[in-house]
Ligand binder design. Structure first.
Ligand code: ASP
Length: 334
């Protein structure tokens, strides 16, 4: 049988880092990464491209569009794609790519590592090998993240550990599968279309604000003034403070009247928001045209708003797109 052809796209991150004077910095290209796993040629045929070499702290939404553009340009030539990426913002890029490339029948796999590929103890080789295995297996479709043996939906990933190899979790959604000793155990196959739908622009004017007890609403006013959308990470199932320095109701109302989008979400990692439970939530939900994240991750909410607001600012259309599931990003709601 002919081996599958995979495009390996390098973007930087710890996986490609070497130690210099100021600490770890991404130096290696995807071609150099591949040399560390020579036996991969038994599984697939890999071509390498290097788009940039960044610590993912410096990756911006415009870089997601570049990755999506690189995949689009060579989509027909390959059976699957692997993007090697820093772990710190990999969940955001995975979400971003899930909106920029929708319904792909071919797998687009993000991976990276907590320890550089040149270190004696490293998760790099395993993760890269697993990602290439998933990309060439024909078992998966769409944007997924492969890390420490887990296969996670691109819209559901979150970095939940800053140091251990077990760095990523799937939030409010089951794992798609596992990779064990080079074998894929698939639980769910994401839905796909015959031909993917590509988008090439994002609107980065989206801000996210985490509430803390006693927080002054001036911060929300400032962020609303400078952005097209504000996501408020509230407490529990969600709600807005009503104490004096925190007259969020009026602040949010003014932002909405100025045509901004406001989304309420929760800082609690699991189970999502539900503004219909408490007074502090029902009051705003009933009276203001705010949106609610329900079970979506904040990473997915950010990326989805950036994708939506690049197409429209019409409130009804924004709402329609926001609540329409893309790559299983939202299951609860309306
Ligand atoms: N700071 C690194 C990055 O995100 C961390 C990593 O890759 O693990 O690029």
């Amino acid at each position: 049988m002919q081996k599958k052809k995979i495009l390996l796209i390098g973007t930087g991150g710890t996986i490609a880092s070497e130690i210099g004077e100021g600490g770890l910095a991404p130096e290696l290209t995807s071609e150099q990464l591949l040399r560390h796993i020579p036996d991969i040629s038994e599984i697939c045929e890999v071509e390498c491209v290097q788009l940039f070499s960044l610590d993912s702290t410096n990756i911006q939404p415009k870089h997601w569009a570049r990755v999506a553009g690189a995949i689009r340009a060579r989509y027909r030539e390959f059976d699957g794609f692997v993007v090697s990426h820093g772990t710190d913002t990999m969940a955001y890029t995975a979400a971003g790519l899930s909106y920029l490339i929708q319904g792909s029948p071919k797998p687009i796999v993000l991976t990276g590592a907590q320890k550089p590929i040149g270190f004696e103890t490293t998760d790099s080789k395993q993760n890269l090998r697993d990602a290439l295995t998933v990309a060439s297996s024909g078992e998966m479709a769409g944007v997924v993240l492969v890390f420490n043996g887990k296969i996670i939906m691109g819209t559901r990933a979150r970095k939940t550990r800053s140091k251990s190899f077990e760095a990523f979790s799937s939030i409010n959604y089951p794992l798609l599968g596992m990779v064990q000793d080079g074998r894929i155990i698939r639980y769910i196959r994401p839905e796909s279309r015959a031909v993917p739908q590509f988008y090439d622009t994002v609107n980065p004017k989206v801000a996210l604000m985490k509430l803390i007890p006693g927080a002054d609403c001036d911060v929300a006013a400032y962020l609303l003034e400078r952005n097209d959308a504000l996501i408020i990470e509230s407490f529990g199932v969600g709600g807005l403070p009503t104490y004096k320095a925190g007259d969020y109701y009026e602040t949010v109302k003014a932002g909405l009247e100025a045509g901004k989008t406001v989304v309420m979400t929760t800082q609690v990692e699991n189970e999502g928001s539900d503004l219909s439970v408490y007074h502090v939530g029902t009051n705003i939900k009933r009276n203001l045209p705010i949106l609610e994240a329900y079970d979506m991750t904040s990473e997915a909410v950010c990326a989805k708003l950036m994708w939506i607001l690049a197409q429209t600012t019409d409130r009804a259309w924004v709402e329609e797109l926001f609540y329409t599931p893309v790559a299983c990003d939202i299951l609860m709601g309306r």
